[in-house]
Design a binder for this molecule. Structure first.
Ligand SMILES: Nc1nc2c(ncn2[C@@H]2O[C@H](COP(=O)(O)OP(=O)(O)OP(=O)(O)O)[C@@H](O)[C@H]2O)c(=O)[nH]1
Ligand SMILES: [Mg+2]
Length: 177
C-alpha cells in the first residue's frame, strides 16, 4: 500500500476544510467552532466573514485505488495557531497552499505565506491552489506569480473550485502520481 500525507495550508477562508470535506472517503474529523472575537483575520479578509473557523486540525482520507491512499491534513489558517503548522507538516509528502483570490487581504496573505512556507516551497512537492477565481481577479494572479519569481519559488499555480471533487482530486493527483 502506498500511503501519502498531504497538508493543506493557507489563510483563513481559503478553503482548506472545504477541500478535505469535498474528497474524503471517511467521515472527516473536524474542529470547527463558531467564529469568535479573537478571529479578526476573517474580518480583514472577507466582506461577510464565514461563521466557523478551524481551531485544531481537519483530517480526512481518500483512496485512489486499493493500493494508493492519501491522508489529508488541514491546519487552521489563523495566526494564533501558527505553532501547529510545522508539527502537522512533519512527514508530509506534499503540500497544497490555498489562497482565496477574492480576499481583501490577498496581498498580505500571499506575502506572508510565501515567506512562511518558503523552505517547504523550495524543497517539497507543492501546489498553490487559487479558490473563488473569476477573470476579474487575473491581475492578482500576476501579482502572485511576480512574488513567486522574486522568491525563486517555482511550483504549479492552479485555479480550483474546492467544492468540486474533480478539482480537488486534480491537485491530489499532481502530488501523488
Ligand atoms: N462562492 C464561492 N465560495 C467558495 C468557493 N470556494 C470556497 N468557497 C467557500 O469558502 C469557504 C471556505 O471556508 P473553509 O473551508 O472553512 O476555509 P478554511 O481555509 O478551512 O479556513 P480556516 O479553517 O478558518 O483557516 C466555504 O464557505 C466555501 O464554501 C468558490 O469558488 N466560490
Ligand atoms: Mg478550516
Amino acid at each position: 500500500m502506498d500511503e501519502f500525507k498531504i497538508l493543506f495550508a493557507g489563510p483563513t477562508g481559503a478553503g482548506k476544510t472545504t477541500a478535505i470535506n469535498t474528497v474524503s472517503d471517511v467521515s472527516v474529523v473536524s474542529t470547527e467552532v463558531p467564529r469568535s472575537s479573537l478571529d479578526t483575520e476573517s474580518e480583514k479578509s472577507q466582506l461577510i466573514p464565514k461563521n466557523t473557523v478551524t481551531i485544531g486540525i481537519d483530517y480526512g482520507e481518500f483512496s485512489f485505488d486499493d493500493n494508493t491512499r492519501v491522508r489529508l491534513y488541514g491546519v487552521p489558517g489563523q495566526l494564533r495557531f501558527e505553532f501547529l503548522w510545522e508539527l502537522i507538516h512533519k512527514g508530509a509528502s506534499g503540500t497544497i497552499i490555498l489562497f482565496d483570490i477574492t480576499s481583501n487581504a490577498f496581498s498580505d496573505e500571499i506575502d506572508f505565506f510565501i515567506n512562511r512556507f518558503h523552505e517547504v516551497l523550495l524543497t517539497d512537492k507543492c501546489i498553490i491552489g487559487i479558490s473563488k477565481y473569476s477573470d476579474e481577479y487575473s491581475p492578482r494572479v500576476t501579482e502572485l506569480l511576480d512574488l513567486m519569481g522574486k522568491y525563486k519559488v517555482d511550483v504549479p499555480v492552479i485555479a480550483v473550485d474546492i467544492r468540486n471533487k474533480e478539482d480537488v482530486l486534480k491537485l491530489l493527483t499532481m502530488l501523488v502520481k
